[in-house]
Write a protein of this length. Structure first.
Length: 312
């Protein structure tokens, strides 16, 4: 009889305790954005933060910790409690490439991944009055002169152009810039021959303000199929850029799943779909946390091989 009482008491205790994770979140969530305020990534993050508040029923407090292509935010998140109340927003290259440079104290395995929410267009731009109109013309001009001036934003885009330079036997003078806006200004002002840019270059290209001579995305740009991809030009590299939500290592599976499900609904909102397609000019792309980690590992393998070519 005493045993039965213990069983009943234990069952009651479990029943009472079961809703603990189901009630997550019980307080505001700190949302660390790995980019400066005002850019396209920040705008996307803030729209998703508002949608998450609707889905989760709690305040989502946005804090910008920009720097090193999201690495500053990643390092900050590493040191936080994995209870689901501090999460981060960066890009997949923050995890798939930056650790390969040896400049950060983390790797893919050192964080937990919640979801990929959308993709970025990444392209090579040139001044509208550049003495070439396509990739072949750019390479020919660079070989004739012996070098090319290139506006860079993040470590990976620098590595990819160095890979191209190695393959084509041309010198690449890297001009570091602070963000996409600065790189585009360098191109618009004719201060460089070539620049790396995200989706914001597309309206400028369509208005005739600059040229786009290649896409780094594996699938190219659907509305501009005439713009070649690096792979179609004969290079075994790409940049599969996308936005990633992540958290500290050791998050509870139920909490992480709750955030993943909330983001899966958030990306369907009218405000976010309109932003991605019409304002940001990105790509609708949702991956679960597990799919995100697998994609990061696959990309890292490609980038590791690219680095070997550069260092030869």
């Amino acid at each position: 009889m005493r045993f039965l009482k213990h069983v009943v008491a234990a069952t009651a205790a479990l029943t009472f305790a079961a809703p603990v994770f189901a009630e997550y979140p019980e307080k505001p969530i700190n949302f660390i954005v790995g980019f400066r305020a005002g850019g396209g990534s920040d705008a996307a993050a803030r729209i998703l933060a508002a949608e998450l508040e609707t889905q989760l029923g709690q305040k989502v407090i946005v804090e910008n910790r920009g720097g090193a292509g999201g690495a500053v935010a990643a390092q900050y998140i590493m040191g936080q409690n994995p209870d689901g109340y501090t999460i981060g927003f960066a890009v997949n290259t923050t995890f798939s490439y930056t650790p390969l440079t040896g400049s950060v104290p983390y790797g893919i395995e050192d964080l937990d991944y919640i979801a990929t929410t959308h993709g970025y267009r990444v392209v090579y731009t040139s001044p509208k009055d550049a003495p070439f109109d396509d990739w072949a013309g750019m390479i020919a001009a660079a070989k004739d002169r012996g070098w090319i001036n290139y506006a860079s934003i993040i470590p990976l885009d620098r590595a990819v152009i160095q890979y191209v330079g190695k393959k084509e036997e041309i010198a690449v003078n890297i001009v570091p810039t602070r963000g996409g806006s600065a790189a585009r200004q360098a191109v618009l002002g004719g201060h460089v021959d070539l620049g790396f840019s995200g989706s914001n270059a597309l309206p400028m290209y369509e208005d005739g303000a600059m040229k786009i001579i290649a896409s780094m995305n594996p699938g190219g740009i659907s509305e501009h199929p005439d713009i070649p991809t690096l792979e179609s030009l004969g290079y075994d590299v790409f940049m599969n850029d996308a936005a990633v939500f992540f958290g500290p290592k050791g998050m509870d599976d139920d909490v992480r799943a709750r955030l993943e499900a909330a983001l899966a609904e958030a990306v369907k909102s009218e405000a976010f779909v309109d932003f991605v397609n019409n304002k940001f000019r990105g790509v609708e792309r949702f991956l679960t946390g597990a799919e995100t980690k697998a994609a990061l590992e696959a990309d890292a393998a490609v980038y590791s091989e690219m680095n070997k070519v550069i260092s030869e």
